[in-house]
Ligand binder design. Structure first.
Ligand SMILES: [Zn+2]
Ligand SMILES: [Zn+2]
Length: 438
């Protein structure tokens, strides 16, 4: 059944010539032409030709990649359309090279009824340029007490279940959620946080927080909760997805769980993979997120885990906030930053250019790996596949400004900074969703 939706744009007919096609799924890393007809990849090869009515895209010097999949974004719809809506979220996704994005359920109202979920699906069919899917809440109103009508939400097309934004307060409710996940095949995504340890915290607890005089959020506030969740999952022999892993201790716990054969999958964000608590010295409220930016040794552990596959995929945790909310002193600002439009550039410029990660691995972690977790077809630049791809100019340098962003919000940690690598064209579900080349 359908679990992502977008509006019916015309199917693409394109001949993409001379680009470097990097597709770990089909084992390609070569200068090749890609012929797209009626929204499908017809042929990948050299010297390809097409009819007069087919648009030719000269991709010389550019990368042609399978499109990206994001398991973790906040669309702010319903309720906070002043921050983001379905149209702007999907436009931001397209501009970032994404071909499918899942939105979290912590909206106003919460996505805890089939009625609300169906409304979002209809809205995506009317407004989304990239297929969007929706999490349903694990507990009613995200209150952590009563499970939602999960069967009904599953039948209404919930992509998965999560109370993200809030942790599940008890092991008992976590246990029941994981039991349902095991039965239904829908995955449960957990925001691991012990609120008794994070309450009042502003940033990662360490030398930087001490120096800045800001209340700390200790790394054990995450890793203790990760350990508890893994313990419950092991007891139930149930699968589990952990959101935005940020600490070396969590990585350790996940390593042990995977060695023991637990079906746990995990994600890390571009900001936790490239920024650290020391960056918060600027007191830029756009550097305030949950979990917080951690220490350099945590960051290094995350990068190594992403490289090895211990962390399965990149997820943005795209979290738009209105300027009036973020344009306040650090202590008063809400947690969260946007990320859909900068994810690839940040990781390409930050990790691939410095050789901490090779390009093919980054592509897998942003494309096939998250797609598989979500049960979506893995995007691949190969004949017969639906055209889900993006074209990236790896040498383009661009400045992140409000005007450069498709998102309705601009609370980016990279606002005002130069990034290297820019997505020029995105074809999602066989339709041109972003075109910065025409
Ligand atoms: Zn979260
Ligand atoms: Zn989130």
């Amino acid at each position: 059944m359908e679990r992502t939706w977008c509006k019916p744009l015309p199917a693409a007919d394109l001949l993409i010539t001379g680009g470097r096609v990097v597709d770990p799924e089909s084992g390609l890393d070569d200068l090749l032409d890609v012929l797209v007809g009626d929204g499908r990849i017809v042929q990948v090869g050299t010297g390809l030709e097409a009819g007069d009515d087919v648009r030719v895209v000269d991709a010389t010097g550019m990368l042609v990649l399978p499109g990206f999949v994001d398991l973790h974004a906040h669309f702010r719809t319903p309720g906070r359309e002043d921050e983001e809506d379905i149209a702007t979220a999907s436009a931001a996704a397209a501009a970032g090279g994404y071909v499918a994005v899942l939105g979290m359920a912590n909206t106003e109202p919460v996505v805890d009824s089939a009625h609300t979920l169906r409304g979002l699906a209809r809205q995506a069919q009317d407004e989304a340029v990239v297929p969007l899917g929706f999490y349903a809440a694990i507990t009613r109103g995200l209150e952590g007490r009563q499970l939602t009508e999960m069967c009904e939400l599953d039948e209404a097309g919930a992509a998965a279940f999560s109370d993200d934004g809030r942790p599940l307060p008890t092991a008992a409710i976590m246990r029941r959620a994981l039991q349902y996940g095991k039965m239904s095949g829908r995955f449960m995504a957990l925001h691991a946080e012990d609120p008794s340890l994070t309450a009042g915290g502003q940033m990662h607890e360490g030398p930087a927080s001490a120096r800045l005089g800001l209340a700390g959020i200790p790394s054990i506030s995450e890793s203790l909760e990760v350990a508890r969740a893994l313990g419950v999952a092991a007891y139930e022999d149930a699968g589990l997805h952990l959101c935005h892993v940020s600490t070396a201790d969590s990585v350790q716990a996940i390593a042990h769980a995977k060695e023991a054969g637990l079906r746990v999958t995990t994600e890390a964000t571009p900001h936790h993979l490239t920024l650290v608590d020391e960056c918060v010295a600027s007191l830029d409220p756009n550097l305030k997120m949950s979990p917080p930016l951690r220490s350099e040794s945590d960051r290094e552990a995350l990068v190594e885990a992403l490289r090895s596959g211990l962390i399965d995929c990149v997820a943005t945790d795209h979290a738009p906030h209105a300027p009036e909310e973020k344009d306040v002193p650090f202590e008063e600002a809400p947690f969260g930053c946007i990320g859909l439009e900068t994810a690839f550039s940040v990781l390409y410029g930050g990790l691939v250019a410095s050789k901490a990660l090779d390009l093919a691995t980054l592509v897998t972690r942003m494309s096939a790996a998250p797609a598989r977790i979500a049960g979506l077809p893995a995007p691949s630049v190969s004949a017969g596949a639906t055209a889900d791809l993006c074209i990236v100019d790896p040498s383009a340098v661009w400045t992140v400004t409000p005007a450069s962003l498709q998102s309705r919000s601009c609370n980016s940690p990279w606002l005002g900074q130069e990034l290297t690598g820019k997505v020029r064209l995105t074809v999602a579900a066989g339709r041109v969703a972003w075109d910065d080349l025409a």
